[in-house]
Design a protein around this ligand. Sequence first.
Ligand code: SF4
Length: 441
Amino acid sequence: MLTYFGLHALQHRGQEGAGIACADDRDIVCRKGCGLLTEVFHSGNLEDLQGHSCIGHVRYATAGGSELENVQPLVARSFLGSVAVVHNGQIVNAPELRRELEERGSIFRGTSDSEIILHLIQGGSGSLLEKITAACRCLEGAFSFLILTEKNLYAIRDKYGIRPLSIGRTSSGNWCVSSETCAFSVINASFVRDVEPGEIVKFTQSGAESHFYTEDCDHRLCSMEYIYFSRPDSTLEGRSVHAVRKESGRMLARQENAHEFADIVVGVPDSSLSAAMGYSEESGLPQEMGLIKNKYTGRTFIQPTQKLRDLGVQMKLSANQPVVKGKRIVLIDDSIVRGTTSRRIISLLRTAGAKEIHVRIAAPEMKYPCFYGVDTSTRRELASANYPTEELCRKLGADSLRFLTEEQLRTACGGAHFCQACFSGNYVTPLYSYKKALEKA
Ligand code: SF4
């Protein structure tokens, strides 16, 4: 049940599938399905998921489709025992590795890149830790893995720490590992520490052991985790997501005198509300609830097709007419990806009578696709890759448009190193065959 509640707190990270696998010393039992966690699990099918350790996953597909065979955990069974894996991120040399593995006789069940780790482990030699270490050395890209065997649990983070992974502990002493710390509070667990880039933490009945699969490590956490992905009550590598977003909003406000051109600040719920708060506090303009979110629809960006995303925006947001009518608005949003959501929101506010709409984005211009687990697709689809700011502003129907600079984002995040490749094009790793896709796009 703890895994179920933890996953519930992480539902914002993926809504296409959910699954839980449990180990009980003799076997691994796995249950999964397509859809939201509450659609896949109910009291009737949770009760028999018992064991000393469990892993769970909510799926957001970036490599491989949304079909059931790609929903995680993925489980491999052999005469050596069962192994289950969950993966957050994207392996950029997956097509090359898959071809090599298939040539050597591996048969893949699905199309997701995550299955590769299971085949690499199965083809390895030595202890399981040695097999995992060797497998990780073959992988390039973003990966936070949990690997469950009948006896032990392993938590692994790629050598750049592109995706987050944190360790917590419940009051009764049970270890827990999560992509975000917001899952710990739900199960009354306390944050212990982050899994370090390049680290393999092995949890056994007697404790936690730390190993590294490489010494060539760096900290390059995805900056979009702060901007968009993570919940504001999570802390990533020691920084509160809410505090980073608020500081981004403050920085946007410092660039201009908002009193000269606006009456109120409106944040796009939910992920832009912290930045709107920062802008409001810095500028002195009141923050108003100009947009209302229907909480029972999913996130539009994390939906697999444009048609679903368009429908999602329509169902999700409404303009609060009494608040916005006749007002000059500073509209704070966390990012512009394809521009369709922003255009729709601006149109909603205009229809509700807003006099002027000045869009401020709490992120730099997104000009390059992500190959590390965020589905921003090709350059052709990215609004900022195709239009200069002025032209994009006109296309969106806004009165003005400004973005945060990369330097400001770095400062808001505390000045440390981050991946900012979708803004700069400076990718943290080689891209292998994805480079061709980038050149063609
Ligand atoms: S490219 Fe962008 S979205 Fe992808 S990992 Fe880097 S910062 Fe995050």
